[in-house]
Design a protein around this ligand. Sequence first.
Ligand SMILES: [Zn+2]
Length: 234
Amino acid sequence: MRKMRKCFRKENFTLFDDIKSALDMPAVVRGYGLKINRSGLAICPFHAEKTPSAKIYPDAFHCFGCGVHADVIGFTQRLFGLARPIDAAKKLNDDFYLHLDVGGKAQSAQVSEYRRRQQEREEYERWEREAWNTLRGYLRTMYDWREMVPKSPDEEPDPRFAYALGQAGYAEYLCEEFIAADENGRKAMRAEVERAEGFLGGVSDGLKTGVPAKRSFVGKSRSSGMSEAAISNA
Ligand SMILES: [Zn+2]
């Protein structure tokens, strides 16, 4: 069993991994002429800007301006408009004198494994953007509803107002958690994001006078934490 596992690992250690372990992101970024300032930021070559908004991590390029996220292969591919990741690998191998065997031997399995991981990455990033929009939308809705203060003490409060009073704190908490969390932490919030999404869907499904009848989103405030049990579909 142990032997098999070892063998499996070895096969997965691809040309792309070789390149990535030989070259970190700052080396590639500098090598291709970009300047990295003291905060680790560079002018993004993928959108027009005057102040740097691309963060250069040891293993990734991430632009907070245009959203491009790439490893050294993806960065190089994009920077030089190359058709395939393998072309970027070849270029890096040449430009940085890595002397790796990139010739015809870069097996298609390696390439497709790399592609698969890239795709996973892109899917996650898409989800992350949408999740953030959902949580922000939920928070904004709670803020809007909280403004629906009854005009006089005799007036029956709008159900949305009552709902938002209880939920705005929870919505804030979700947003703060999401911002502070790392990738795994964000993935772990999937259920909360889906409930917020369902709730907003219920709102846009024609909510006019009250909270959505079906998919109400009942959470607890910050002090009581955010366990699965704290939120339930009513
Ligand atoms: Zn950019």
